[in-house]
Design a protein around this ligand. Structure first.
Ligand code: NGO
Length: 543
């Protein structure tokens, strides 16, 4: 018997042994059922990624060429877990694998091990004890694949790793008749930051729910676990609020450039939230206030201090609108909005904007947030705000999102010193509305060009003076849509910078390396093509 085969059988038996299953025990005839075990794939198809050649790079990957796994129509997915996270991740995996393989893999709850034919998702009994939150271990042997985690986040991340370990054909929309191999070995992995996020501005240009859903699919594959939706701005109000119908009748009917705008009904929003959760993504809703509120003011002029109705705004300037800080009507409005949005959103966070309130006045701004922040915490949510709101006395759980390009920002440093966590979104690294290169015909440029390398080569814990690793809550890219009008614009601006930011948020700083990233990024081209992503083939990467 060839050595590789005997090793694979030993591995299969061991795997069965650790699950407590008894399929590997001798049967009535006294022979172990090894003939049921498929041959290990001694020759992986050439296009199968080596273990760990994925984005974001895993913390530790140890390949074992003698124990490659083959996914077949007989493979089943078995749950050995008490939580719902494993089931959700398993169902997601089944849906991911089905179109290209044509396999409708069954998900089985509990039951015995069946070596050689299964992918087991199990609670983290075999995880290293000190594995940080959100971590997982993926063990690939000829005898089966084991994915162990102790959180839904960990299971979803493990599934994304497995997905990228399959050949790029797995992303095809139609059945591809071929051998589906996975390189053998073990990955033990965990995120650097628990919060890895992307922001999409649906206020400047509105995007229909199905576009947002496709966007969610695309983000999830790189282990992005939050999607921040910028739901209101001067140019449009995008979510139905009961009791305030004009927000959607009037405030939603505009967008940059004069297009028709649009909004989500509460039902559509809930549906997006559920769709995201099924892919391991938490929605973070943002209602921007007290500035960036022209769309609310044209809907309800009583929110304006002089009671007059401003003109609808479809340009791209910022900093000219404000809710009336002294009017009780403002707080009735804000309270209804916050309580309804909180109710619709199961996730932990509610973003209250707070940026560029240039016509609000400093004392008014502080008074406004002194009333509004308790509304958020009372609604059971953790407030997030753009860094300007750091000038206010923030409650401890409040999170500050830094978006400027300067490396000094005393208010944000003070917030960090006071124990508030900081989300890092410096515009010259993570703003995906910026041009890639100076000569690009599209894109904003106030923060300078942001090419893939710039998006990759920075350390979120060293960007801002006084905001080190333990103060950083996570990283977020921002796609503002003043100049982004179509789904293909979204794709071109996001990809491949999104992959760079995904690795910034996941992989330990000392393990990150541009050469290695560049190589792995080039391998993503075929995956993105198969998904129909209209990415920007940025120069400097050997696509
Ligand atoms: C700024 C501004 C947004 C713009 C964006 C464009 C923040 C937090 N407020 O970022 O309104 O759309 O720049 O890059």
């Amino acid at each position: 018997m060839p050595l590789a085969r005997s090793l694979a059988i030993v591995a299969a038996l061991l795997l069965a042994g650790c699950t407590g299953g008894d399929d590997a025990q001798p049967d009535e005839t006294g022979t172990a059922p090894t003939q049921e075990q498929p041959m290990p794939l001694e020759e992986l198809p050439e296009d199968t990624p080596a273990l760990g050649e994925i984005i974001p790079a895993p913390v530790r990957a140890t390949g074992d060429e003698s124990s490659n796994f083959e996914l077949t129509a007989q493979t089943r997915i078995r749950l050995d877990s008490d939580g719902s996270g494993a089931r959700r991740a398993a169902e997601y995996l089944v849906d991911l694998l089905e179109p290209a393989t044509g396999f409708a893999l069954p998900v089985i709850d509990g039951g015995d091990a069946r070596p050689g034919r299964e992918i087991v998702l199990r609670d983290g009994k075999q995880l290293p004890e000190d594995l940080p939150e959100g971590g997982y271990a993926l063990e690939v042997t000829a005898g089966g694949i084991s994915l162990a985690a102790d959180s839904a986040d960990g299971f979803f991340s493990g599934v994304q790793t497995l997905r990228q370990q399959l050949p790029a054909d797995i992303e095809a929309n139609e059945r591809v008749d071929r051998t589906w191999g996975v390189a053998g070995g073990r990955i033990v992995d965990h995120p650097r930051f628990g919060y890895r996020s992307a922001m999409l501005d649906i206020a400047r240009h509105f995007f229909e729910p199905e576009v947002v859903k496709r966007h969610i699919d695309r983000l999830a594959q790189y282990k992005i676990n939050h999607l921040h939706l910028h739901l209101s701005d001067d140019q449009g109000w995008r979510i139905e609020i009961e009791g305030w119908p004009k927000l959607t009748e009037i405030g939603a009917a505009t967008e940059v450039g004069g297009g028709p705008g649009g909004y989500y009904t509460q039902e559509e929003y809930r549906d997006i939230v559920t769709y995201a959760a099924d892919r391991g993504i938490t929605i973070v809703p943002e209602i921007d206030m007290p500035g960036h509120t022209n769309a609310a003011l044209i809907s309800y002029p009583e929110l304006n201090c002089d009671g007059s109705r401003p003109e609808p705004y479809t340009g791209t300037h910022v900093g000219f609108s404000s809710l009336c800080i002294d009017s009780e009507r403002t707080y009735e409005f804000v309270s209804d909005v916050i309580s309804q949005v909180a109710e619709l959103t199961p996730g932990e966070y509610l973003h209250v904007g707070g940026d560029e309130a240039e016509v609000t006045g400093e004392a008014d701004y502080a008074r406004f947030f002194e009333r509004v922040l308790p509304m958020v915490t009372e609604a059971g949510k953790r407030p997030v705000g753009w860094h300007e709101y750091g000038q206010v006395d923030l409650p401890e759980p409040a999170i500050v999102q830094y978006w400027r390009i300067e490396s000094e920002h005393p208010d944000t440093t003070a917030s960090a010193e006071n124990g508030n966590s900081i989300i890092m979104s410096p515009a010259n690294k993570s703003y995906l509305d910026m041009k890639y290169n100076d000569g690009d015909p599209w894109g904003n440029d106030w923060a300078g060009a942001v090419d893939v390398r710039a998006a990759y080569e920075w350390d979120p814990a060293r960007f801002l003076t006084g905001v080190g690793e333990s103060a950083v809550h996570g990283v977020e890219t921002a796609l503002w849509t003043e100049l982004v009008e179509s789904e293909s614009d979204i794709e071109r601006m996001m990809f491949p910078r999104l992959q760079a930011l995904a690795e910034v948020g996941w992989t330990p700083q000392q393990d990150r390396d541009w050469e290695s990233f560049q190589r792995r990024l080039a391998m993503q081209a075929e995956r993105m093509d198969n998904q129909g992503i209209d990415y920007h083939p940025t120069p400097g990467v050997s696509w």
